[in-house]
Write a protein that binds this ligand. Sequence first.
Ligand SMILES: O=C(O)C(=O)C[C@]1(C(=O)O)C=C[C@@H](O)C=C1
Length: 368
Amino acid sequence: MADPTTPPNPDLLALRTRIDAVDRELLDLINRRARLAQDVGELKKKEGSVAFRPEREAQVIDGLKAANPGPLKSDSVAPIWREIMSACRALEAPTRVAYLGPAGTFSELAALGFFGSSIERVSCASIDEVFRATSAGAADFGVVPVENSTEGVVARSLDLFLTTPLHIVGETSLFVLHNLLRKDNSLDGIEAVCAHPQALAQCHGWLSNHLPNVERRPVSSNAEGARLAAADPKLAAIASDRAGTEYGLHTLAPAIQDDPHNRTRFAIVAHPQRQPQPAASGNDCTSLVVSVTNRPGAVHDMLVPLKEHGVSMTRFESRPARSGQWEYYFYIDLQGHPEQPQFAAALTALRSVCAFFKVLGTYPVDVH
Ligand SMILES: O=C(O)C(=O)C[C@]1(C(=O)O)C=C[C@@H](O)C=C1
């Protein structure tokens, strides 16, 4: 390590002086951008339209990634401009975002990743409350987990898509790293490991190998588990780095999830009367729930219109309809936007062969 008493290298000082000058230029440019966003905000107020335009934000990021000459890494472009657009959007209108709290949950990280940090956070105690807060207008948007690459669907979110008026206006996904956290820096004497049931399931292998006789206690969120572990040294939690820092816990074992590529996908929901369906961005996804009558060939018939109109399906998930008749709801993601004539024709044809048909939303595909 360099001796801190050595005078700084003059070359380093010169480079830093140049970085300072560039930062001043950047600040001027970002403020110029912010003033333009304010003008856009005024225009939108006059025409009574909404501030948040997910399709425009996706296009801005896609365009900049394509134009990036480097050496800035392409992966760095999206997070930087998400923050810039978040700050600009905040000058147009506040963005209130509900998610499964408390502070430090992956849902909060997903909300910050998607909307940037210039938002008002509405922390909720359950997925149901996220839907309720967003339906009632206490939040403009809700962020809810929909599927995990290890554990599959988040059933509660899928069920609530069916029964609430909210629609999907965006998606985002996160790598989910689970750590074993505790107040004491030791694995000895742990009475229970507290975490959300999904996290307990995602760490099943590690827990069976290292803490085979310890109770696995399901709680409402991983951050709630971390909060409990901070209050009781006999408890451990499974949660994010962020939750560990938030609650002052030691990381006894990092990344204990069974799948090193564990990812969770989140949907961004909003009330259609307050946030309309995003316009086409050029790379869009449309999510549907449908059911067909229980007869031979019914699922095949459902897929025919998609093939005929050249529409790709990226997800096909079934959930029991709870009718007691072995009937199912199918959750389908299609590539495309109803503004595209071929896509609209496929939707019309699909609707005609379904007993139940609901468009959950159309939104730009997640850009990283
Ligand atoms: O283009 C717009 O409609 C804007 O409001 C500007 C802007 C931006 O900062 O680029 C901000 C918010 C919107 O969600 C999209 C883009």
